[in-house]
Design a protein around this ligand. Structure first.
Ligand SMILES: Nc1ncnc2c1ncn2[C@@H]1O[C@H](COP(=O)(O)OP(=O)(O)OP(=O)(O)O)[C@@H](O)[C@H]1O
Length: 245
């Protein structure tokens, strides 16, 4: 059975960094000594296993599933179920079965937080996941581009029309700052996220610059100790914990 506070990471558009935010937030919470699960329900672009460098699936014991451990985080992913990156047509009942399995048939142990990587957008699957997980604290990830924040508004409205509370907006790829320079370049525009926050009656909780984790690293998408984004994700983890305490 799944215990702990649920933090869903949602977005309007794909590719804005939702999975990166979900993975790094989960790892930061775990580094702070919390017991954390990360569940990847992003069935269109399940990327958590590769981001966390997981090359094997979960094992089972007495008909129960043992989640995969990476960076001290307990992980279950749609990617463990969808084999060979095959496309899958998901319908509500099938999705419901998998969600039920992830919640009830996994040996999670006691948890402080459950971070969920949601499917992007406001389509059927996102709606079904929202319905099947009745309440959560949501982080809405967007880039500063007006189109992205416009689409994100829909996802935010959908979340708050259900029994979900928006914790805040995470603006990813907010700007680019060349190393050793003070100048910031707002490549994807500026201001869209503040507008979005005020439209949804929430706050801009974090701004992350364009700063790719080193792709050749052992953990391809987790920011390293000493990097700017490592500290920024720790700050996000603090804020999230304060606001749902
Ligand atoms: N702040 C950033 N700076 C540079 N690259 C980033 C940043 N955030 C994410 N990325 C990169 O952008 C790509 C898309 O990120 P990610 O998969 O997290 O997006 P997503 O919103 O979850 O996409 P999808 O919905 O398609 O799964 C990845 O290659 C990731 O490493």
């Amino acid at each position: 059975m799944l215990s702990g506070k649920i933090i869903s990471v949602i977005s309007g558009k794909g590719g804005v960094g939702k999975s990166t935010v979900a993975a790094n937030l989960a790892v930061s919470l775990s580094r702070q000594g919390k017991s954390v699960a990360l569940i990847d329900f992003d069935i269109y672009g399940s990327s958590i296993p590769s981001m966390m460098n997981i090359s094997f699936g979960p094992k089972s014991m007495n008909n129960k599933i043992i989640p995969v451990d990476s960076h001290g985080v307990k992980i279950m992913s749609m990617g463990f179920i969808v084999k060979n990156n095959d496309p899958v047509v998901w319908r509500g009942p099938m999705l419901g079965k998998v969600i039920n399995q992830f919640i009830n048939e996994v040996i999670w142990g006691p948890l402080d937080y459950v971070v969920i990587d949601m499917p992007p957008g406001t389509g059927d699957v996102a709606m079904d996941v929202n319905r099947l997980i009745p309440s959560s604290h949501q982080l809405l990830v967007t880039t500063p581009h007006p189109t992205a924040s416009h689409v994100a508004e829909r996802a935010g409205k959908m979340a708050s029309s259900n029994n979900h509370k928006i914790l805040g907006i995470v603006e990813n790829m907010a700007f680019f700052q060349p190393p050793d320079q003070d100048a910031k370049y707002y490549i994807f525009g500026k201001g869209g996220s503040e507008q979005l926050a005020s439209k949804l009656g929430t706050e801009l909780i974090a701004q992350f610059p364009i700063f790719a984790p080193k792709e050749d690293d052992f953990e391809p998408s987790i920011y390293k100790k000493g990097s700017y984004l490592f500290d920024k994700y720790n700050e996000l983890a603090d804020k999230v914990q304060d606001s749902i305490a």
